[in-house]
Design a protein around this ligand. Structure first.
Ligand code: HAM
Length: 431
């Protein structure tokens, strides 16, 4: 007989299980995202994880299109697991373009799949909070999106000193490249090549630039652009009438009103690896730059037309759950387990079980969360488990409590105690 190979207990490479401990961390992140979505007035939306491959594939030589998990269904349809939410958002908007009231402020928490090389901060599956404004040309859209992300970071408990948003503009880079005499057709290839700086050697980037149609003498000029270190310097090169510089200055001005300008830094090296960005682009990092990007995004005014929709300006970001958790663990320490407003209820012997069930039922009917022990325990074991758990309060019912009709509700944080009434013992009504 064929001996079956034992099945591995590990999830497939790059995929994650969320045991309660990991789930507590994930919930902390998701709660901050949800609260920021609500506070900043974005409307939640969702879509199916499976998309048509055609929508996701672009011919721009981006990494993300090589990383798509694609498959054929049983009818031969070419499908894929979404690698990001933006093409789906564009499709959904295009499908109802006549009936939607613009600008849209939409947000989703989307699980995304990318067949990535596994490195720190990169999984083959991650959750990504997407925050997008569709149908607004003004820089206020960029500011609203970035403010939502800053709000979420603060709600996660990350102090302002621990993160920075690096911002630049592809429109600015395009102006500077045009100033150097490079034809607009070469710009897209230059962007994608420059985005790889720091990831591959400069020689390899020079080769990509040449492949993209840049003449040999253009290569060092492009590298020199990457040394521009301030908006003033960029303006000196682009000219006082630069529209791109004006938009960046406006973003900094608005950020000051919102209250996150101190966390915003101009950084010409931010280009982004996705081909659809057209204007301001940004990426957030931990201040010490130990980790990969916490979130990234930018303006993509041509994506809707590229899939057949009406011309519609748009700006947004994707904020993953993996890197931010690494940053939180580094900055905040092991505080993933937070006490919640919940009462742990335990009992000493089977004789107190009904009193415990009755108390749990009453507290739950009052809307309180209750974790009821399912078997009798010694008080020491009960309080040890409660102390290590996430409940904020604990009640342990012994024979004396049932006799007196009252037990003690203990606050596990402050150790304060208060009395809680127990229902009188139920008389057996069975015939
Ligand atoms: P992205 O830069 O490819 O942009 O991803 C955004 C964020 O998702 C990253 O900064 C990172 O936090 C997270 N992320 C991406 N790939 C992985 C991975 N393999 N493992 C863990 N985390 C990952 C986009 O996806 C754009 N669609 C964002 C956007 C929305 N632009 C406009 N609207």
């Amino acid at each position: 007989m064929n001996q079956q190979q034992p099945i591995s207990f590990e999830p497939p490479r790059g995929m994650r299980d969320f045991y309660p401990e990991e789930m507590a961390w994930r919930e902390r992140v998701f709660n901050a995202w949800r609260q920021a979505t609500r506070l900043c007035g974005f409307s939640p939306y969702d879509a199916c994880v499976v998309e048509s491959l055609e929508l996701l594939q672009r011919k721009a030589g981006e990494e993300v299109t090589d990383q798509i998990y694609n498959f054929e269904d049983k009818s031969g349809r070419k499908l894929a697991l979404r690698a990001e939410m933006t093409p789906t958002l564009a499709r959904m908007v295009a499908a109802r373009q006549g009936g939607l009231r613009f600008p849209l402020k939409w947000s989703a928490i989307a699980q995304c799949f990318r067949y990535e090389r596994m490195t720190r901060g990169r999984k083959r599956e991650h959750y990504q909070w997407n925050v997008d404004v569709v149908g607004e040309e003004s820089v206020l859209a960029e500011a609203e999106v970035l403010n939502a992300a800053a709000t979420a970071l603060r709600m996660m408990g990350l102090p302002d000193a621990s993160w920075r948003i690096h911002v630049s503009s592809r429109a600015l880079l395009a102006e500077l490249l045009a100033g150097l005499g490079f034809a607009p057709e070469s710009h897209a290839a230059v962007f994608l090549a420059l985005d790889k700086r720091g990831k591959i050697p400069d020689d390899a980037i020079a080769a990509l630039l040449r492949d993209g149609g840049l003449p040999e003498e253009g290569v060092p000029k492009v590298f020199r652009l990457m040394e521009v270190s301030s908006l003033d310097e960029a303006e000196a090169l682009a000219g006082a009438d630069s529209k791109a510089v004006a938009r960046l200055r406006e973003l900094f001005r608005l950020a000051a009103i919102y209250g996150f300008a101190d966390n915003l830094v101009f950084d010409i090296s931010v280009i982004r690896g996705l081909s659809y960005y057209t204007g301001i682009v940004f990426e957030a990092f931990d201040t010490e730059r130990k980790f990969r990007a916490i979130f990234g995004g930018g303006r993509y005014d041509n994506l809707l037309t590229s899939i057949g929709g009406e011309p519609t300006p748009a700006v947004g970001l994707g904020f993953g759950d993996v890197v931010v958790q690494e940053v939180m663990k580094e900055v905040l320490g092991d505080c993933g387990r937070q006490r919640e407003d919940r009462v742990a209820v335990g009992f000493m012997t089977p004789a107190e079980r009904d009193a415990a069930v009755s108390l749990a039922a009453r507290l739950r009917s009052e809307g309180r969360s209750v974790d009821l022990s399912l078997s009798a325990q010694k008080p020491k074991a009960f309080f040890k488990a409660a102390g290590e758990g996430t409940a904020s309060h604990a009640v342990f019912i012994g024979p004396d409590d049932v006799a007196s009709g009252s037990a003690r509700l203990k606050n596990l944080e402050t150790r304060e105690e208060s009395a809680v009434a127990l229902a009188p013992a139920q008389t057996d009504t069975a015939p």
